[in-house]
Design a protein around this ligand. Structure first.
Ligand SMILES: Cc1cc2nc3c(=O)[nH]c(=O)nc-3n(C[C@H](O)[C@H](O)[C@H](O)COP(=O)(O)O)c2cc1C
Length: 470
């Protein structure tokens, strides 16, 4: 396929004001006739979203909307910022309409950027007041712009027998530049992108990464003719652009997947990353001091974990690298040595094990002990419920421990959870003079990482989902 060196961008004049129920395909054919431009194979028609929305009844009267608590909350938070930037006030009713059209709020500052239910990221969910008559009436983006484009393409093809493409466009702002440009929101007959990877450049080099956003480029070119205000040209004919006709296309194919969209620093992405990136760090730590205040900030977050009957049985003790810690680990190792001897382990094995724990627990910049405070457990007269209460206590402190590990990850600290204290409860309690009701349960070594750690294997979802056969 070769490019032609001339492309015509022709605005169709004298398009009437569009009302609900108008047939856009008929209006296009009549306009082409009037303008003396019978359709040709390979033509592209770019249609402004506003007329598709109006004809399909995708309008809303803001005066009839009752804003929700959330809309009012957003209104209060963005109102001072919009004022500061000299932007028009967004009424709670408009915010509600935006929320109704959105899957997710991306940014709520002096502008409100959302991901629409279609997956487009744009200001105000594409809701528009311009070029709509009637006080309080706004247009919403078409429900399914690809479908609308497809319907028009097929009708025009049936009537004219020409293979053409349709693009429905809107003007979207851009994150890093001022100025809105025409953007395709629905397509039919043309691929949204033109993949030129593998083709040669002027110097014969193979293009490695170039993918051209052809429908957005066409929509942007058409926008120059359409204008934004009172030009009254919502339909533009593009003639001479050489493209490969394709019946099965959708604008959805160019919406970046959330997981790989590096510009989307939303909570979902951040939490996903946090959950997946956290690792148990068992390697030597970087020779860098860890501020105890940061550790306390992490423990502060671990307070928010769920716990059975909100018992909050977790108690944390921070041990910095001092003599108390060394003495404690030495005493624990004495017990470990005895336990391993009782197990009949070889001297060599015992030596390595003791060295390993000493390295882990003495050298870590910070060692945290997590205890379960049995004082807060419910008391029962029977052993079964007493045991169950103890189990739920353990489950609860484990949830706090998980929060703690995630908080470390968030602060770029590396950590590992060790169960050694379970085997040396009395030694820990005695050495650190812990209250009688404390039951030592876990150690966490914490510091800055020296190396990256690879994730160990995870079971597949299907392996951990048990479907009962009923
Ligand atoms: C309750 C609990 C006890 C653990 N005890 C130890 C331990 O004593 N020694 C150790 O090397 N790792 C211990 N770990 C860390 C696990 O080995 C680690 O979480 C697991 O291999 C998964 O790796 P990941 O945390 O990097 O995803 C413990 C983890 C948990 C949750």
């Amino acid at each position: 396929m070769s490019f032609k060196d001339k492309i015509k961008i022709i605005g169709l004049k004298e398009i009437p004001l569009i009302k609900k129920g108008d047939n856009i395909s008929d209006i296009i054919i009549k306009a082409l006739d009037r303008n003396g431009l019978p359709l040709q194979d390979g033509d592209i028609i770019v249609i402004a979203q506003t007329i598709i929305s109006k004809s399909s009844g995708r309008t809303r009267n803001l005066n009839e909307i009752v804003p929700s608590e959330k809309a009012l909350e957003i209104y209060k938070s963005i109102m001072p910022k919009t004022k500061l930037h000299g932007l028009p006030e967004k009424k709670p009713q408009l915010i509600q309409a935006i929320l109704d059209e959105s899957e997710q709020i991306i940014k709520s500052q002096h502008v409100l950027i959302t991901e629409t239910n279609h997956g487009f990221i744009c200001a105000d969910a594409g809701i528009d007041k311009s070029n709509v008559e009637g006080e309080g009436i706004v247009t919403l983006l078409p429900k399914n712009p690809d479908n609308e484009a497809e319907k028009i393409r097929i009708t025009l093809k049936n009537k004219t027998k020409k293979e053409i493409a349709i693009i429905i466009s809107d003007s979207f702002g851009r994150p890093f530049r001022l100025g809105a440009i025409g953007t395709a929101i629905g397509v039919s007959g043309i691929n949204p992108i033109l993949d030129v990877r593998g083709k040669k450049d002027l110097f014969g080099y193979e293009l490695q990464t170039t993918i051209i956003g052809q429908v957005d480029s066409i929509a942007a070119a058409a926008q120059l003719v359409m204008g934004e205000s009172d030009e009254g040209i919502p339909i533009v004919l593009i003639r001479g652009y050489n493209f490969e006709f394709n019946e099965k296309t959708s604008i959805k194919s160019i919406l970046r997947k959330k997981e790989i969209d590096i510009f989307r620093d939303n909570e979902v992405n951040m939490i996903n990353k946090l959950l997946k990136n956290r690792r148990s760090y068992k390697l030597p730590f970087a020779p860098r001091i860890v501020d105890k205040k940061i550790i306390e900030e992490c423990i502060e977050l671990a307070r928010w974990a769920p716990s059975a009957h909100n018992g909050q049985f977790w108690r944390y003790t921070i041990l910095e690298r001092d003599k108390t810690r060394v003495n404690l680990i030495d005493k624990m190792n004495e017990k470990l040595r005895n336990d391993l001897q009782k197990n009949g382990k070889s001297k060599e094995f015992i030596k390595l094990k003791i060295e390993g724990t000493r390295n882990n627990f003495v050298k870590a910049p910070i060692l945290i002990i997590l205890c379960l405070d049995s004082l807060d457990l419910e008391k029962y007269p029977d052993p079964e419920r007493t045991q169950n209460e103890f189990i739920l206590g353990i489950q609860s402190i484990s949830s706090s421990a998980t929060y703690l590990l995630l908080a470390f990850e968030m602060k770029k600290l590396a950590a590992c959870w060790y169960c050694a204290p379970i085997f040396a409860k009395d030694i820990i309690k005695e050495s650190l003079q812990l209250p009688d009701t404390y039951i030592p349960m876990a150690f966490f070594t914490v510091g800055y990482p020296l190396k990256a750690v690879k994730a160990p294997n995870r079971k597949e979802l299907k392996d951990i989902l048990f479907e009962p056969i009923i």
